[in-house]
Design a protein around this ligand. Sequence first.
Ligand code: SF4
Length: 243
Amino acid sequence: MKVVEIKAKSILNKSSIGDYCINVYVGCQHACKYCYASYYTERIYEIKEPWGSFVLIKVNAPQLLVKEIVKKKKGVVYLSSLSDPYQPIEAKYKLTRKILEVLLRYKWPVIIQTKSTLLLRDLDLLKRFDEIEVGFTLITLDEKKRKEFEPGASPVEARIEALKRLKKEGIKTFAFLGPIIPFTEFSEVEKLIEKLSFVDKIYIDKLRYKPGLENRLPLQWFNANNYYMKLKKKFKNKATFVY
Ligand code: SF4
C-alpha cells in the first residue's frame, strides 16, 4: 500500500449531496470493484496505481477547515464523496475525527456514509451533534460476494450491527444499497431490505459507468437499464431510488 502525506489547498468543497463535502483522503483502501471515484481521482491527481493500492493523506485538513469554516455560510457537510472517511488508515491519522471535532464546535450539520465499523470509535462525538445522519453502504448479505466486490471494507454483519448500535444511541440512520449489482435476484434484494428495515431510510442505487470500470467489471453490466427499471417498480414502496 502506497501512503503519501500531502498538504491540501482547500478542504470544504461544494457538493451535490448536502451543501459541502470533505475528503481527507485521496484514494480508498476499501478497493471496491465498482467504485467510480477512481475515475475522478486518477484525473484530478494524475495517479496511475491500481485503485485501492494508494492513499494520499491530507495531513493539514483539520487546520484548513478551521480557517475555511468561519468564512463560509453554514451548511450540511457530507463525508465523503470520493473516499471512505473511515478506511483503515483513519485508525492511525484520526483526520475524520479531527474534522468532526471542528464541525461539532461550529454546530454544522453532518451526513456520514461509510463501509467501516471504525466509525463507532467516534460515537462519543456523533452523539453530540444536533443534526446528524449516519449511513452504511451495503450491497449484499452474502459475505463471499462482499469480499469479492468490497475486499477492504468491514464484513456485512458488522455493518448491520453498527447501524443497530447507532439507532440505539438515537442517531438518525440510513442504509445505502448501492450499487445493486446487475441481475441480483429480487429475492436477495428483498432480504437485504427486510434485514435493514430498522433504519430510518433506505436508498437504492444502480451501477454507474465511468471510463476504466470495464477493466474491473463485465461491460454488459453497464447496460442493465431494463433490470434497473424492474427493480425500481418492484421496490418503489420500500426504498428511495436515487436513479
Ligand atoms: S468505500 Fe466508497 S470510495 Fe472507497 S472504494 Fe468503496 S465505493 Fe470507492
